[in-house]
Design a protein around this ligand. Sequence first.
Ligand code: SAM
Ligand code: SF4
Length: 465
Amino acid sequence: MTQAPIPQNVDFDADLIRRYDTAGPRYTSYPTAVQFHEGFAAEHYRAQAEASNASGRPLSLYVHIPFCDTVCYYCACNKVVTKDRGRARPYLDRLYREIGLQAALFDNSRPVEQLHLGGGTPTFISHEEMAELMTTLSSHFQLLDDDTGEYGIEIDPREVGGDTLALLRRLGFNRLSLGVQDFDPRVQRAVNRIQPASQTLHVLEEARQVGFRSISVDLIYGLPLQTPASFAVTVERMIEAGPDRISVFNYAHLPERFKPQRRINERDLPSASDRLLILQQTIAQLTEAGYVYIGMDHFARPDDELAVAQREGTLYRNFQGYSTHAHCDVIGLGVTSIGMVQDCYAQNHHDLERYYARIDAGELAVFRGVELDADDRLRRDVITALICHFRLDFRDVEARHGIVFGDYFERELQALAPMQADGLIELNDAGIQVSPKGRLLIRNICMVFDRYLRESRAQRYSKVI
Ligand SMILES: C[S@@+](CC[C@H](N)C(=O)[O-])C[C@H]1O[C@@H](n2cnc3c(N)ncnc32)[C@H](O)[C@@H]1O
Ligand code: SF4
């Protein structure tokens, strides 16, 4: 296949989307979290971490701060809702001990090219605590002090004080993502997230002034009381504000799994046809405004480094989403965090009590994970290429993994034939090229290569669209 820049146009085909709308994973990892098991314990993680030092690969740190001041009813994130700011202290004390335990496993000359503070609400902690957290991280890991790393933080605009952003910038953060969801006050009331547009726009403007390199916003469609007309207004206002990246997530309503979602009145949710219309018009609005579709709910300005990396074939995807820093080992720090080190994924305990108990006992908080075998690594490589670049070169895969693509994936290539007939992909002897109308259905294409899905079709996932 040619290595011409990868085209980034996307076509919305309502009929195809309806036909292919099945539940499916988002492939922030492969194998996905469903395959994590408790037979994988701290000692397995330790062995993988030690083995990873031979590579000298750069590191990516993910730090989870679970607390939120109020609950947004739609929320599917791992969080602890509390008004008591004092709860940060005992958490940070454990986090620092974990940082010490984890850092001892890794060669401390390995540079930290990527850092992400997520939550919950990272700015729930005080400015002093934030500075202390960064000092603790930099005393254990090789943080870059020349602003060349991708150092990001999730920001809830309601949790930003007068000088919060300036402080974060000084501490080394250079990108942030803002939780917005919807500007409509009726929708905001229905999901218990009252966030005046003026507050959001002010934070965005201030982030630019203090020199954040990349500003991203999160919107959600499918929330109660949204209509195609109301969401179009939200998108329009967002375009006017002009962030570098816009994520438009599809609301995953799973009230049996996420308790706060039971407070959402199901009668207020937009119909399936309205959701589809909202998606269609959002794509039209964003692409007409010059944003390109990166994939999996993400849009970016054409000059944003994600968009550039995609065109050049160097984009990567991990738990932090799309990234330009491929092949870092990811160290997950804090309750519920997931790490990806050498040939494993490892997850910390989800609940604070257990997390604290393990750290207090002087142990890592890993409670489950999975070790990848050669087949997992091969399939992860295939899925990552498709999800990042919408194309796959069979010869490249053969060279990297020592297989004959057509033999190894005979069954998968047959399963792709209907997708070829439907125009989602172009398939030939050299590879797969996802068409503009296949892009919105990239999960379905990746699912063909997921060996575990065949074995566990019954598992319930969020809908593809
Ligand atoms: C941890 S939150 C972002 C930081 C901060 N807590 C905030 O809300 O501003 C991550 C993002 O996940 C998205 N999200 C949360 N629950 C969701 C759901 N049920 N369906 C789709 N997206 C969801 C929201 O867009 C949210 O901004
Ligand atoms: S969306 Fe953000 S602020 Fe709202 S409950 Fe979830 S994590 Fe907390």
